[in-house]
Design a protein around this ligand. Structure first.
Ligand SMILES: [Zn+2]
Length: 174
């Protein structure tokens, strides 16, 4: 059963890569730049990252902003998000339409295919960082995806909710 889930994830990842390659003209549908966060949230995220660094971790941004089109694709794959395009706090734009995400995904090591595929060693290696992320993010008044236990995921084995790298502004979807 776990193997089937991993294969589905791998297929989803391939679909995502093919789609991104097929639309090279699209203005970076997936950003890892802190400049694509809403300014006030960016300040909070930088504090969170500094606190984690002080604990000996090495925070890396997996996703800051992503386009509604990419959000729709991830939603269709059904593995990486529960929200359709435009409804994720990663999709938020400012009054001028420029990226101003109210959510960010942070990992201790750069995102690679093993992590996306859910390789057990990679998940286990990230778990201590993700627990610390939850503590620090909560202390900063943010919502943490590790608190979301709405459906089963590979993170259950580590006592984490289904989106443990994700932190967002409270009420950000409104
Ligand atoms: Zn996220």
């Amino acid at each position: 059963m776990h193997e089937i889930a991993t294969i589905e994830r791998y297929q989803g990842c391939m679909l995502l890569l093919v789609s991104l390659l097929a639309h090279p003209a699209a203005a970076s549908p997936w950003s890892t730049d802190l400049a694509d966060l809403e300014p006030a949230f960016r300040g909070t995220v930088e504090r969170v990252m500094a606190k984690l660094s002080a604990r000996g971790f090495t925070p890396h941004v997996g996703t800051s902003w992503r386009s509604p089109e990419l959000q729709d694709l991830l939603f269709a794959i059904g593995k990486s998000t529960q929200l359709a395009g435009g409804r994720s706090c990663h999709n938020h734009v400012d009054a001028a339409g420029a990226p101003a995400a109210r959510a960010v995904d942070l990992w201790n090591a750069p995102v690679d295919l093993w992590l996306v595929a859910g390789a057990a060693e990679r998940l286990a290696a990230e778990a201590p960082f993700l627990r610390a992320l939850g503590e620090v993010a909560r202390a900063e008044g943010l919502r943490w995806g590790g608190d979301w236990h709405g459906h089963a995921s590979a993170w259950d084995a580590y006592g984490l909710g289904w989106d443990p790298a994700h932190v967002e502004v409270r009420g950000c979807a409104g």
